[in-house]
Design a protein around this ligand. Structure first.
Ligand code: HEM
Length: 218
C-alpha cells in the first residue's frame, strides 16, 4: 500500500513484486529439491516401495509424459510415499510465531513479544502420536488418508497450518510427483556405498554428506 497525492493506493509496487519473487524462489526451490532428494534416498533404502511406485507409474502412464489429471490419482506415489517422506524428513523442521499480545496456551500464559517455536520435526516423530514405529518408514500409515494416519489429525503439517500455510503446497506436490514419475519411468537407482545417513539442518533438513545415488538407465 502506498500513499500518493494524499490518496491511498492499494496495489503492489515494483519492490513488493521483486520481494515476492525472491520469497517464492527461496521458499519453493530448496524445499522441493530436498523433498525429492530424501525421496530418492528413502526409496533406495526400501526397494520394495520403489518397485511398487514404479509399477503404479508404468500402469498409469507407461513411458508417456505424465499428465495433470492422472498425476492426482496416483495413490502409492502421492499419499503413501511423498507423505511418509514429508513426515520423516520435513524440509522445514519448525515454525516460528511471535505473540503480538498476551496469550494463554495449555494453561500457560505467554507475554506479548514472546517467540514460540513449533517443533514440526519432533511432532512428526512422536511415538505417542504415530505409534511405536514412528521413526520407521511405513507408508502404509497413510493408506487411509492423512486424518487416519495418526492420533491427531493436525499432527502432520509439513506445509504449516492456518493462515500462513504454504501457498505453494499443491504446486510443490505436483512438481515432486512429476519429477519422481519421470525418474521412475527411466531409471533404476540405489544408494552408493559412500552414502552416510546424516540428516542435518541448514535452514532446510538435508543429508549432511550429500546423496550419492547410482542411477541405471532402464
Ligand atoms: C516440499 C515443498 C515445500 C515445503 C515443505 C514448504 C513448507 C512451507 C512451510 C512449513 C511454510 C509455512 C511457514 C510458517 O508458517 O511460518 C511455507 C510457507 C510458504 N511457502 Fe512453502 N513449502 C514448499 C514449497 C513451496 C513452493 C513450491 C512455493 C512457491 C512456489 C512455496 C512458497 C511459500 C510461501 C510464499 C510461503 C509463505 C506464505 C505466507 O506466509 O503467507 N513453498 N512453506
Amino acid at each position: 500500500m502506498k500513499e500518493s497525492n494524499g490518496e491511498l493506493n492499494i496495489g503492489m509496487s515494483t519492490e513488493d513484486i521483486i520481494e515476492e519473487c525472491k520469497l517464492f524462489y527461496f521458499a519453493g526451490m530448496e524445499t522441493t529439491s530436498v523433498l525429492l532428494t530424501w525421496t530418492t534416498i528413502v526409496l533406495s533404502m526400501h526397494p520394495e516401495w520403489r518397485e511398487l511406485a514404479r509399477e503404479e507409474v508404468l500402469n498409469h502412464f507407461g513411458r508417456a509424459r505424465p499428465d495433470f489429471d492422472r498425476l492426482s490419482r496416483l495413490k502409492i506415489v502421492t499419499m503413501i510415499i511423498l507423505y511418509e517422506v514429508l513426515r520423516l524428513y520435513p524440509p522445514v523442521i519448525f515454525l516460528n510465531r511471535r505473540a503480538y499480545k498476551e496469550i494463554e496456551l495449555g494453561g500457560i500464559k505467554y507475554p506479548a513479544g514472546v517467540n514460540l517455536l513449533m517443533p514440526l520435526l519432533f511432532i512428526h516423530h512422536d511415538p505417542t502420536i504415530w505409534g511405536k514405529d514412528a521413526s520407521e518408514f511405513n507408508p502404509e500409515r497413510f493408506s487411509e488418508g492423512i486424518s487416519n494416519a495418526s492420533k491427531y489429525q493436525t499432527a502432520f503439517f509439513p506445509f504449516g497450518w492456518g493462515p500462513r500455510i504454504c501457498i505453494g503446497q499443491n504446486f510443490a506436490l505436483l512438481e515432486a510427483k512429476m519429477a519422481l514419475c519421470t525418474i521412475l519411468q527411466r531409471f533404476s537407482f540405489e544408494l552408493s556405498p559412500s552414502y552416510t545417513h546424516a540428516p542435518y539442518t541448514v535452514i532446510t533438513l538435508r543429508p549432511e554428506h550429500g546423496a550419492q545415488v547410482k542411477l541405471k538407465k532402464l
